[in-house]
Design a protein around this ligand. Structure first.
Ligand SMILES: NC(=O)c1ccc[n+]([C@@H]2O[C@H](COP(=O)([O-])OP(=O)(O)OC[C@H]3O[C@@H](n4cnc5c(N)ncnc54)[C@H](O)[C@@H]3O)[C@@H](O)[C@H]2O)c1
Length: 398
């Protein structure tokens, strides 16, 4: 067995906790082939949160400054799970120190930073350092099953895709200002939740080549100053001072993909929808739809059914489907897989690659930083389309 891998997580907020929990559980799914995982540190400037998260998930310590992780030779693997505008500085320092990095999506909130990070990742790869980006929903068995239906030809030629990711974390005017409301055009709902939907759409429909119909809307122009730390979508006490919102509350666009066309609509002000990620894809021989609200199920419609029973059927995902058998403590049909579980498979895939387990024996690899740059190019093209009142804008080739 290989020497142990020391792990750290930078950022103990909403997604940071999911990464910390996932590293703890990564060795408990699939075959026991990973080297021992040593949970070393959780770093957060909010020391109370860092301390709580480290204690909760069994990490040896917490750090207030992420540079302590960079300098620690006992740490080889680091997740970067802080605000997008902070990714570049931290990731570049970690890669320069030879740490393997799993960075949260999107790679950054500017295309320039994302490109610089990809250059750093390519340089680090020459010394065997792995830099990857976490697109957690690609681990969802329902989405993997739609990928299989497409690859098998069971849906036929793809015709069109429709996806929405509606959230309501910003629907109340008293939701406090946070990093999510700051940044360039396109770094709001589009960068936050639209980034998830865009990479899922590309996984199913092929690479995006052109976008059009870009439209952004900022529904709430100012938000109150928080009187304490804001973590994830938490609210809490706010002051009198109002701070301008800089980016989009709502975004929509059309896209031409390699295999079909589609429409995407995302929001952070869709009251009543805390986390509605839904998608539907239509082909010449059938259709499929999946919702994060019911992630252990997939609806499939196949046109070669007899007319009198044609229609959507609901399939309970289980060991017959991808990313299931052996992949969970209880992997029986109908048991279901939730959003937190996806981080476990993501951490597992990253640790397998770092540990040198061949790709053929591993979970699908996490995406590269070059993939992350392409993804940022897609979001930048949507922003350009919105600036041009919906004009068609090409997406640069990946
Ligand atoms: N894959 C997913 O499903 C998913 C879900 C949510 C967020 N995310 C991504 O995860 C990242 C973080 O989002 P979040 O919702 O967890 O944010 P968050 O605001 O809840 O947490 C960020 C944490 O970073 C800490 N922090 C700020 N500056 C720091 C610094 N200099 N050093 C160390 N810690 C610092 C903050 O105190 C906070 O606790 C973003 O890139 C976001 O897009 C991904």
């Amino acid at each position: 067995m290989q020497q142990s891998l020391g792990v750290a997580v930078i950022g103990a907020g909403m997604a940071g906790k999911a990464h910390a929990a996932a590293y703890r559980a990564a060795s408990t799914v699939y075959r026991p082939v990973l080297p021992p995982i040593r949970l070393v540190s959780v770093a957060d400037v909010n020391t109370a949160l860092g301390q709580e998260t480290a204690a909760r998930y069994g990490f040896e310590r917490h750090d207030a400054d992420w540079r302590s992780i960079v300098e620690d030779d006992a740490i080889q693997v680091v997740s970067v799970v802080v605000a997008n505008f902070l990714h570049r500085e931290i990731v570049e320092a970690l890669l320069a120190a030879g740490k393997h990095v799993l960075c949260e999506k999107p790679l950054s909130d500017t295309i320039e930073d994302a490109r610089a990070m990809a250059v750093a990742a390519r340089a680090a790869a020459a010394s065997g350092v792995v830099a990857r980006i976490g697109y957690s929903y690609l681990r969802a068995p329902g989405i993997a099953f739609i990928e299989r239906l497409i690859a098998d030809g069971r849906l036929g030629e793809l015709q069109h895709f429709s996806g929405r990711y509606w959230t309501d974390y910003g629907c109340r005017p008293d939701a406090p200002m946070s990093w999510r409301y700051r940044g360039p055009a396109g770094s709001g709902a589009l960068g936050d939740v639209g980034s998830h939907l865009a990479y899922i759409a590309e996984a199913l429909c092929g690479t995006a080549t052109e976008v059009s119909g870009g439209r952004f809307h900022t529904a709430i122009a100012e938000r109150p100053e928080p009187l304490g730390p804001v973590v994830g979508h938490s609210r809490g006490d706010v002051g009198e001072k109002l701070i301008p919102v800089e980016n989009d509350d709502y975004a929509t666009f059309n896209a031409r993909f390699e295999r079909c066309v589609g429409t995407i609509e995302v929001s952070r002000v869709a009251a009543g929808h805390p986390n509605t990620l839904e998608l539907e894809i239509f082909g010449s021989r059938g259709a499929a739809r999946w919702s994060q609200a019911n992630p252990g199920r997939l609806e499939v419609m196949l046109l070669d059914e007899q007319d009198d029973v044609a229609g959507y059927r609901t399939v309970a995902l289980g060991p017959a489907h991808p990313r299931y058998a052996g992949g969970w403590a209880m992997d029986a049909p109908g048991v279901g897989v939730g959003q937190n579980d996806l981080f476990v498979h993501q951490a597992r895939a990253f640790l397998e690659e770092v540990a040198g387990i061949p790709e053929s024996e591993s979970l699908p690899r996490c995406a590269s930083f070059d993939d992350g740059v392409h993804h940022m190019e897609l979001l930048a093209a949507v922003t350009r389309s919105a600036e041009l009142h919906g004009a068609a804008v090409p997406v640069p080739a990946a």
